[in-house]
Write a protein that binds this ligand. Structure first.
Ligand code: GLY
Ligand code: MN
Ligand code: MN
Length: 435
């Protein structure tokens, strides 16, 4: 587990960015599944990033430093409750949480309504994730109004509500060494899951049997959950971008597209591999597969510091557009195909996204209207694809081929580190592992 000092350092960094004021960052709510059980609990990413605290019902309050006082980090959490702990397991309670997680103060979450107006008194601004949760927006405005009711006593109420994500997203975008350690391990577990899927897949199995192998591998190696619903899509199902039924039979001669990655200690991995159900690519499958692989390699080569976010996407598009023309899927010049957007009949999504605590992670893609520069510590996916649905003007032997190849990449000082390189993707490597 990441040492607590790293979470404290993030809080300190964030508190310095605040220009006075008080930040209120609640964790995620529990979701009831039925009268007896909750859905598996997942903390809020901002809250965990700053606390390392995984229990439900936590609220982080940070008061920025002033001329008179240093910054203060306060946790509100569930009280110790021996009776509830028999049913639901250990909870820290404020005293132990304060020590363990390095807070200046900690209180029972039941004290929130009483203490928050006091903590907001004479503060200029409130920082929160405005609009993320309507109930929290209401609570915060309610506390501000309570402070306002007392201004005749000479106190001041906050006059601004600011979005805490403005600073936090920028912090989360550049992964520190501790985060990268966890992400490497998450990527490694997911890589093993994809290797296992390739070794296991045979004609006449069902998609869900392969999903079971993925989930087994995640769990076997200590990952807490899939980072998103696994896509296990045989044959034409691969042309449904968000296919999650995973219940069809796998047929010899079809491809299988698997988009699956685990979440480990709050961090996602996100890998896609596409391979033949019977272990041997057909000639037309090879053509399309090699085209997507070439596009991916061209994109990865552009994932360097100094290039912009959009450069890998543009590199992939160039290769794909030329390939679609060579295969007779598109007509005209590369420039014409790119300009008209004709390639979108076969490639309709972008080539990646930031990756981190959330599979589509925090962080802006543009700054002041321009694609932002890639910098060391940024972590992203590179995932071009090609999806050919039956259509009148498309030669029938291409129909229902869906291919995506997705890797996780960290930008380094000199280029990029491929976190998921060990998941086979060359045609010969795939055919070899599937023997
Ligand atoms: N697995 C989600 C994505 O690739 O974006
Ligand atoms: Mn992805
Ligand atoms: Mn994916």
């Amino acid at each position: 587990m990441t040492a607590i000092k790293h979470f404290i350092a993030r809080r300190e960094h964030f508190a310095k960015k605040m220009q006075g004021g008080v930040a209120i960052i609640p964790t995620a709510p529990e979701r009831l599944r039925n009268r007896d059980a909750h859905y598996p609990y997942r903390f809020d990413s901002y809250f965990y990033y700053l606390t390392g605290f995984k229990e439900p019902e936590g609220v982080l309050v940070i008061i920025a430093a002033t001329d008179k006082a240093p910054a203060k980090h306060i946790l509100f959490c569930r009280e110790k409750d021996v009776e509830r702990e028999i049913w639901d397991g250990f909870r820290y309670g404020p005293d132990a949480a304060k020590e363990k997680f390095g807070f200046d103060e900690a209180y029972a979450v039941s004290e929130l309504d009483k203490l928050l107006p006091k903590l907001m008194t004479d503060q200029t601004a409130v920082y929160s994730a405005i609009g993320q949760d309507a109930i929290w927006d209401q609570r915060i405005i309610g506390w501000v109004n309570q402070v306002r009711e007392h201004i005749r006593r000479g106190i001041q109420a906050p006059t601004e509500i600011k979005d805490c994500r403005f600073f936090l997203d920028e912090m989360r975008l550049i992964k520190d060494a501790e985060e990268l350690k966890v992400m490497r391990r998450a990527a490694d577990i997911s890589t093993q899951a994809h290797q296992r899927a390739m070794r296991t897949t045979r004609p006449d199995m069902h998609e869900y049997e392969i999903e079971a192998e993925l989930l087994y591998t995640f769990c076997k190696h200590g990952a807490q959950a899939p980072a998103y619903t696994s896509i296990v899509a045989g044959g034409r199902n691969a042309c449904v971008l968000h296919y999650v039924e995973n219940n069809a039979e796998l047929k010899a001669g079809d491809l299988l597209l698997i988009d699956a990655g685990c979440e480990l200690d709050g961090y996602a991995s996100d890998i896609t591999r596409t391979f033949p159900v019977n272990g041997k690519f057909t000639s037309v499958q090879k053509d399309i597969y090699q085209l997507v692989l070439n596009a991916q390699q061209a994109a990865i080569a552009k994932a360097n510091p100094g290039n912009t976010w959009n450069d890998p996407h543009q590199a992939a598009l160039q290769v794909l557009a030329q390939g679609f023309i060579d295969l007779g899927l598109c007509q005209g010049s590369v420039d014409a195909v790119l300009e008209s957007g004709d390639y979108k009949r076969f490639y309709m999504h972008r080539t990646g996204h930031w990756l981190g605590m959330d599979v589509h992670d925090a962080g802006e893609y543009k700054q002041k209207g321009e694609w932002r520069q890639l910098q060391p510590g940024m972590t992203l996916t590179i995932e071009p694809g090609c999806y050919i649905r039956p259509a009148e003007n498309v030669s029938e032997h291409f129909w229902n081929i869906g291919i995506r190849i997705e890797d996780d990449v960290v930008i380094t000082q000199t280029g990029q580190e491929l976190l998921t390189a060990a998941a086979p993707k060359e045609i010969a490597e795939i055919e070899e592992i599937m023997q």
